[in-house]
Ligand binder design. Structure first.
Ligand code: ADP
Ligand code: MG
Length: 286
């Protein structure tokens, strides 16, 4: 039977916008020693803006229009930022075909030309060398008919309370923090250094995230593991972790459903709060 105090704990958490889907997750939360984070939309806001555009082939306006046409069918946050930066009209009939390549970018046929728009990995598949990024921004490269034509640099913003939240987690007894991301090593390391994350795994494809988490979980001596995410890609990882924590405001429905704990205010500071409430509740119950 479930001790009555557990209901009190779940109620106390819900007042802070922390939804705990069962009393057993309070036990798990109180034991957590490792927290693994998705980057985009979890540690960062996940809203991108185009900060730089470079093309030797086209002027800025034409180049952005081409990128926007190629990205017009994608719902990725990167695609949204490019569509926002573009001021030219987008006609469905301008795009002959599009294909989204998970963890890489998009391929499109526009006015008889083939375009590839995405990260360095996508360009490598075409045998193309591309300029390195400046650091913080995500580089979106473009190729036309197999030839490199330019890039757009896109910047995300770290959530203002991510750094404090990580510190509070460490004070609450979290021994290790880890980031998993599909983004490049340089962007991942810059964000990790900024917020105080201990370990980084970058350039992961959606499936790689589960593999990475599973290999961490075989190392049981390191203890109970929580995963925090927001995207559709994060759902399988949220399910696999000892306790899955999802962003409830801007998170995807798939992530919210797969999670055991939902943060309605999307604030990572609610994680140390949830840990404290769980520990207090467990103390009363035991
Ligand atoms: P994450 O949410 O961790 O960044 P994703 O799997 O969504 O992981 O994306 C990984 C990387 O693939 C992105 O950082 C980006 O470089 C590239 N990418 C994915 N989709 C697109 C897209 N529609 N346009 C451009 N690049 C993309
Ligand atoms: Mg994400």
């Amino acid at each position: 039977s479930v001790p009555l105090s557990f209901f009190g704990g779940i109620g106390a958490a819900s007042k802070h916008g922390i939804l705990i889907k069962g009393s057993n997750y309070m036990e798990t939360l109180s034991d957590v020693t490792r927290i693994v984070f998705d980057k985009t939309g979890t540690l960062t806001k996940g809203t991108f803006t185009v900060t730089d555009v470079q093309s030797d082939q086209y002027d800025r306006k034409t180049f952005l229009h081409l990128l926007a046409l190629a990205e017009s069918h994608s719902s990725h946050p990167i695609a949204k930022s490019i569509l926002e930066a573009n001021k030219e009209p987008i006609h469905e009939s301008d795009v002959d075909s599009v294909e989204e390549i998970a963890g890489h970018g998009v391929k499109a046929v526009i006015a008889g030309h083939t375009y590839a728009v995405g990260n360095q990995k996508l360009m490598q598949q075409l045998g193309l060398n591309v300029p390195a990024g400046t650091g913080m921004g995500t580089m979106v490269y473009a190729a036309q008919d197999g030839r490199y034509i330019g890039y757009a640099e896109i910047a995300d913003t770290i959530k203002p309370d991510s750094k404090d939240a990580i510190q509070e987690m460490k004070a609450a007894g979290i021994a290790k923090t880890v980031m998993l991301t599909g983004d490049s090593q340089s962007v991942a390391e810059a964000v990790a250094a900024n917020v105080g994350i201990d370990e980084v795994h970058a350039q992961l494809l959606p499936g790689d995230k589960v593999d990475c988490l599973e290999s961490m979980m075989t190392n049981e001596t390191e203890g109970t593991l929580a995963f925090v995410g927001d995207g559709i890609n994060d759902a399988p990882v949220l399910t696999r972790a000892d306790v899955g924590i999802a962003m409830g405001a801007l998170g995807s429905d798939a992530a919210i459903e797969a999670a055991d704990v939902v943060l309605m205010n999307d604030s990572l500071k609610d994680i140390p709060k949830a840990i404290h409430i769980s520990k207090k509740t467990l103390k009363i119950a035991r």
